[in-house]
Design a protein around this ligand. Sequence first.
Ligand SMILES: [Zn+2]
Length: 248
Amino acid sequence: MIKLSRDNKPAVLINNENSWTTSLIEAVTVFGGYSKIPAEQKEKLLIHYRHQEIKSVLFKSSLEKCAFCETKPGESGNIEVEHFAPKSIYPALAFNWENFLPACRKCNDRKGGHDTVSYPIINPYDSDPEDIFHYTDIKIAVNNIHKEIGERTISVCGLNSVRLMRPRADILVSLHSFSESLEEAIKDYEDAETDIKKQNKKRKIREALEIMESMTKPSETFSGFCKDYLKRCAPYHEAKIIVGEQIA
Ligand SMILES: [Zn+2]
C-alpha cells in the first residue's frame, strides 16, 4: 500500500451527484431499506458510479493499481470503483467522490460490506501507509503506534493472503540478488586502485542502484514493499553514499 493523492472530482459527478443520490435514497425509503430494493432497479440506480469518466480519473490517481494491495488489473481481476464506506450501509455516500477507491476485485470482494465508519481501516488517500506498515519478510506488518487500525486493515483487505505473499516472495528473491550484486560492486569499488578504475566501479554501482530504485516507482506493482526493503538494505545505503546521492 502506498500514499495516493485524490484527483479533482470529475465533471460528471459534480453535475449529477445530487440527483443520483436523491434517487437512490428515495428508493431506500420506498422499499424500506437498501437491501430491499429489487436487484434490477438497484443496478439502474447504482450504475452511474461506474461511469467511464469516474473510472478513468479514479484509476489514474492510483496509477491503475489497486489502492489496497498494489496489484495491477489482470493480476487480481479487473480494477473496480470501491466504496470505502459501504454503499449498503451508507447509501448517501454511494456517489461521493471522497468515498471512492480504485480496488481490485479480490480486495473489493474481501472487504465487502465492512463498516469503515464504525471500524476504521486505512484509506491511502487520507493516511500515508508508510507511517503505519512495514514488512517482515513477505508479510505486511503494523508499526506499534497504529496497531489496531493497521491490523484491522490487513485482516479486512486480506493483505497477507497467499495470492499476495507469493509474488512478494518472487520480488524478494530479486531484491536479495540485486543487494548481493551491489555488495560485490561496492567491494570492487573499494579495492580499485586507480581513479579511472574507481570511476568505472562507481558507474556499475549507479547502474545497480537504478535497477533497484526502478522497482520502487509508484507505478510498479508492490512498490511499497520494494521501498520498505530498500529502507533496511545496508548495501543500498552504502552505495548511495559512494555515488553521493540523497535517499529519496
Ligand atoms: Zn487489491
